[in-house]
Design a protein around this ligand. Structure first.
Ligand code: PLP
Length: 617
């Protein structure tokens, strides 16, 4: 928790997780107690809790880091960041973000027409930038151009060669001079999962020859003074700062050259990529990053200054499009565990003289296992278990004999696992044992809806119980979700600079809730979540800390069954009518009593208003 959670999350004396939305500058609250009181308000789990105060703090920190870097390097330009709307389009969140950003003239970045509509409606702070990225058609471009007349600062970033002629046409049509930017395909390669966002084969951006051609085309039309911004984006979650250093050096030179070619350069937009330390290891591992926000700002400011001084040009306003680094921390997804399947300790009965040789061999392996020979005995046990299954397939072992063989095999594995734990190091060939022997905890959640990146791209998020943290977690478990899809599971967890196949959890206590939190998932997860098996949006609340405690600012109810069914074109009334007709038929045929049919109809009708997740009562 210290590694990835500071300064927002910590563990209190009661063993519960504490949230301090303003870090050490403000109050804190007990997350488990908060969840209990929200449940009493009929807000069922799974529940997404957003803390707008954390969002504000992230924004303050980012701006403070750039302010400090600017002052440290005597940089003569400014910083004016934007938030990429695609990272989390939720209205309350964006309204808060725009409000928190006003003192900094913080703007928004749109990557599509619907996002442009959002950004135009919400962004009303004078001077804040509206960066228009993504694929554009004439409607997109003309809307953005006209918005200039509202006193906004939309910057249309040319990302495809075809957009140059679209912009020229729109200019001829409207007579409004746009502010333009150009996105460069840098040679400096990104790294990690999103590394292909840069380089010649990147989906977006103009190559250097294409940029030069675009400059000529704008010049011919008398629009070169409109070209004011250079943009690049080398991919999200930059884990290694050296990648950024190369990119910013190259971008600094392109910026200077554009200014020397006569463009009216004002802004250098370094895109997104500022990473989040999901595992707290502070390394260049993909779930971490080997730099902090201040290092990031320093490197950008210093490199851009160097390029400008070298070419005697004015230092630009720096723009960054950090999404993940701003939005990840503000939300916590809390879900309950519905049950578990635990591997109970097995003590097999001794093999008898008249039992099959395979069973006697397995038992012999089990009874002679010790700290010296466990690796060799593991391979023996594997071989005898395979023999048992082969013999069963050929009809030489009965079902009961096979069950006995498998039981002794698992008893061997359990014994070996204890020996490995005592010795502290795991031989390579025994690594899979720990996940094979782990318990499965069933969570009231859909991975596809709430943590899609875990399924799609093996993303790691910190996951842990939000209570009982003063008790040793003695179970080693993986997590299975509610969908009937074997991919709906979590079996990779954060380690220190590596992944772990199991999560340490507490044994379940009968009749008592066991709640886990998934942290740092505030970016991208909500919108990319899907309706697999028709598990819908979870309930969400916005919690703002006050001197007296907290305010529940907004409650956004999750999808009901009726809503998710309507997304796939079902009409609840028509469905109820169908069941009514079938119940009437069953009644007349004497298969059902009137009482039963009424009960069924009532349940069926009520279900449309129910939450798609399992209720815990
Ligand atoms: N800007 C652009 C053009 C992007 O494609 C992205 C996401 O990949 C971002 C900004 C946001 O990146 P991040 O969330 O890593 O800050």
């Amino acid at each position: 928790v210290k590694g990835w959670g500071e300064p927002y999350f910590s563990v209190n004396a009661a063993g519960n997780l504490t949230v301090s939305p303003k870090g050490d500058r403000g109050g804190s609250l007990d997350l488990f107690e908060l969840v209990q009181s929200l449940q009493q308000r009929n807000l069922a789990l799974p529940l997404l809790i957003r803390f707008p105060d954390i969002l504000e703090d992230r924004l303050d920190r980012l701006n403070a880091c750039f302010a400090q870097a600017i002052s440290r390097y005597n940089y003569t330009g400014h910083y004016r960041g934007v938030f990429p709307v695609k990272c989390n389009q939720q209205r309350h969140l964006l309204e808060d973000l725009v409000r928190f950003g006003q003192p900094y003239q913080f703007g928004l970045e749109a990557g599509s027409k619907p996002e442009l509509m959002i950004a135009l409606a919400l962004l009303d702070s004078p001077g804040a930038l509206l960066i228009c990225n993504g694929y554009k058609d004439r409607d997109y471009i003309e809307t953005a151009m006209l918005a200039r007349q509202l006193g906004k600062t939309p910057i249309i970033v040319l990302e495809q060669v075809e957009e140059v002629s679209l912009v020229l046409e729109a200019y001829r049509n409207l007579g409004v001079k746009p502010i333009l930017g150009v996105r460069a395909k840098l040679n400096a390669k990104g790294s990690g999962r999103w590394g292909t966002s840069a380089g010649d084969r990147a989906k977006f951006g103009l190559t250097i020859p294409e940029i030069v051609t675009a400059v000529d085309a704008l010049k011919a039309e008398g629009l070169l003074s409109s070209l004011q911004l250079l943009h690049f984006h080398i991919g999200s979650q930059i884990s290694d700062i050296s990648v950024l250093k190369d990119a910013i050096q190259e971008a600094g030179q392109i910026y200077a050259q554009l200014a020397l070619l006569g463009a009216n350069m004002q802004y250098l937009d370094v895109g997104g990529g500022l990473g989040v330390d999901y595992d707290g290891s502070k390394t260049s591992f993909s779930a971490s990053k080997n730099y902090n926000m201040q290092n990031y700002a320093n490197d950008i400011v210093a490199a851009v200054k160097d390029a400008c001084v070298q070419h005697h040009i004015a230092m630009p306003t720096l723009v960054s499009e950090s999404g993940r680094a701003l939005a990840s921390h503000q939300s916590v997804l809390v879900f309950n565990i519905l049950g578990s399947s635990e591997a109970a300790p097995i003590t097999p009965q001794a093999a008898q003289e008249d039992e099959d040789l395979i069973i006697r061999n397995l038992y012999e392996t089990y009874s002679t296992l010790n700290g010296e020979n466990y690796q060799e005995r593991y391979h023996d046990a594997e071989k005898f278990k395979d023999d048992a299954i082969a013999a069963f397939r050929l009809g030489y072992l009965s079902l009961t004999q096979r069950a006995r063989a498998e039981q002794i095999y698992w008893a061997c594995c359990q014994k070996i696992q204890i020996m490995i734990q005592q010795q502290g190091s795991v031989p390579d060939d025994l690594r899979s044992l720990s996940s094979a022997l782990s318990s499965i905890y069933y969570m009231n959640l859909s991975v596809f809806q709430s943590a899609p990146d875990c399924w799609a791209i093996d993303q790691l998020f910190p996951i842990l119980p939000i209570h009982r943290l003063h008790e040793e977690p003695s179970q080693r478990a993986t997590l299975a979700d509610l969908t009937c899809d074997s991919d709906g599971k979590l079996d990779r967890f954060i380690g220190q600079g590596q992944t772990k196949p199991i999560l340490e959890l507490h044994p379940l206590e009968p009749g008592k809730p066991y709640c886990l939190g998934m942290f740092l998932g505030g970016a991208y997860q909500e919108i990319m979540g899907n309706l697999h098996n028709l598990f819908g949006d979870t309930n969400a609340v916005h919690i703002h800390l006050t001197p007296q405690g907290y305010d529940i600012e907004h409650v956004v109810r999750g999808d009901t069954l009726g809503e998710v069914l309507s997304y796939v074109q079902y009409d609840s009334e028509a469905m109820v009518e169908r069941i009514r007709i079938q119940a009437e038929r069953a009644l007349q045929a004497g298969h059902m009593t009137l009482g039963e049919s009424q009960q069924l109809l009532q349940r069926y009708e009520e279900s449309f208003r129910a939450y798609t997740y399992l209720s815990s009562h």
